[in-house]
Design a protein around this ligand. Structure first.
Ligand SMILES: *Cc1c(COP(=O)(O)O)cnc(C)c1O
Length: 456
């Protein structure tokens, strides 16, 4: 006789993700519900505490503009897993390409025996990134790894060591990228010593410094010339719009002036487009909108519909300077991730998602500026395309109000909307919706943010 033990509190069968999921906000329990609580308890017992979480739910499916949890709640997704799922979760082309590839072969190590999809991703990146010079690409696994490799390549090419980065910058959590990242807590504190030959200079932060782009660039360049000098400097590394640092959009002219100085002084100009890349800002890469053509571009997040992949793309003479065997890694450019990237890039292009990002940006900018007009605690609204944010401040002093940002975010999340904060002072609420979200869901999400702001 077989005894079937039927658990009474089993999670309902997980729905399939993708755009077919009902596109609605639906709360059937409080957030987190009982199934999510159970997962979070197990997480606390099994997973290192340093690995945090923002949204206290156990995800079981996601697609379009929603994320469904184990209790059956459907949350509006205004975060895209930090700007990763621009094409949506389980996007149909990505699912199909991954399924095909996983059944074909899962791994060879590209540096052992090459395959077509890696080369095709490199060709696509060489075509899509700014600049009509001859380019090469190399593929890696994470954004931090791409940034590390861009610095390695720039040092090898210039035979110099210094790297200039900016206030508020975020470039990752590995040893070199911790050194490149500005914010101490939580990213660096206690994890030193950090890699040497990294120099931090002031950014252009129009809301707080009120400098023109040209003046902010002169200030940065004067500091570089006084404290580093071009003859010691391999690269200037900058996010065209800072991501974790607070969605800071530099004043017009800042980035071109830096690039000009770098080009004139034998310094490699690297744009870290890990967060801004792939249609997010309304063009394939944000650099295009600032009139810059970087020597090297790092990409990751939006590249492969959620599969881990990253890249460095740039001028052939710089990229080719590293010796054979000097670049690579066991998993870099994994065939499943490459298949996903090709399907993702096809989706951006076929579905006109750059245009969709601009439309989303229009809605976000209009709605957030309405909030700003009626609430002096909204100090600044900024961003490009589907990468927008509002900076919350004390209206009397302009001081960052991180407590308000956390209260608003917590209230919004409890009402079934995924929203993220950022900024050196944690006082910025950022919006990074999937580019396939409907106007209805987007507006409903912003409504909830607006109400939470009034209530907090
Ligand atoms: C997220 C991010 C990184 C790091 O990417 P990981 O994949 O998390 O290593 C680097 N640069 C920028 C601009 C980022 O937003």
């Amino acid at each position: 006789m077989t005894i079937v033990d039927t658990p009474t509190d089993a999670a309902p069968t997980a729905p399939t993700g993708g755009p077919e999921l009902p596109q609605e906000r639906r709360l059937v329990t409080e957030i987190p519900g009982p199934q999510s609580r159970r997962l979070l308890e197990r997480k606390a017992e099994a997973v290192a505490k340093g690995v945090g979480h923002t949204i206290p739910v156990a995800t079981v499916a996601a697609g379009g503009g929603v994320l469904v949890d184990a209790d059956g709640n459907s949350l509006i997704d205004l975060g895209s897993g930090i700007a990763v799922t621009g094409v949506g979760n389980s996007a149909p082309r990505v699912v199909e390409a991954v399924q095909r590839q996983v059944a074909q072969f899962t791994h060879t190590c590209f540096t052992i025996s090459p395959y077509d999809s890696y080369v095709e991703v490199a060709e696509a990146l060489n075509r899509l990134t700014p600049g009509d010079f001859v380019k090469r690409s190399a593929l890696f696994n994470s954004g931090a790894e791409a940034v590390e490799n861009a610095v390695k390549i720039a040092r090898h090419y210039t035979k110099k060591q210094g790297v200039v980065v900016f206030d508020h910058a975020y470039h990752g959590r590995t040893n070199l990228t911790m050194a490149l990242t500005a914010k101490s807590l939580p990213y660096k504190s206690g994890f030193g010593p950090f890699a040497p030959e990294v120099y931090r200079v002031p950014l252009s932060y129009p809301y707080r410094d009120e400098l023109s782009g040209a003046d902010a660039a002169s200030r940065a360049i004067a500091q570089i010339e006084a404290q580093v000098r071009a003859e010691n400097l391999a690269a200037i590394l900058i996010e065209p719009i800072q991501g974790e640092g607070g969605f800071i959009v530099p004043a017009e002219g800042f980035l071109p002036a830096l690039q000009r100085w770098a080009n004139d002084n034998g310094v490699v100009f690297i744009a870290d487009e890990v967060q801004t890349g792939f249609a997010r800002t309304g063009t394939m890469f944000a650099s295009e909108q600032f009139g810059i053509v970087p020597d090297l571009v790092t990409t990751a997040k939006g590249i492969a519909g959620g599969l881990p992949l990253s890249a460095v793309t740039g001028r052939a003479e710089i990229m080719d300077s590293a010796q054979v065997g000097g670049l690579g890694g066991t998993y870099g450019g994994n065939p499943i991730a490459c298949a996903a990237a090709l399907a993702t890039i096809e989706t951006y292009e076929q579905e006109n998602l750059t245009e969709r990002a601009r439309a989303i940006g229009g809605i976000l900018a209009a709605r957030l500026n309405e909030l700003k007009a009626t609430d002096p605690r909204v100090g600044d609204v900024r961003g490009l395309g589907a990468m927008m944010a509002m900076e919350l401040v004390d209206p009397a002093t302009g001081a960052p109000d991180a407590a308000l940002a956390s209260r608003v975010a917590a209230s919004v999340i409890a009402q079934g909307v995924v929203v993220l904060t950022c900024g050196t002072w944690g006082n910025v609420i950022r919006f990074l919706p999937p580019l396939v979200i409907s106007d209805e869901l987007l507006n409903e999400g912003i409504d909830i943010v607006g109400k939470a702001l009034i209530e907090c």
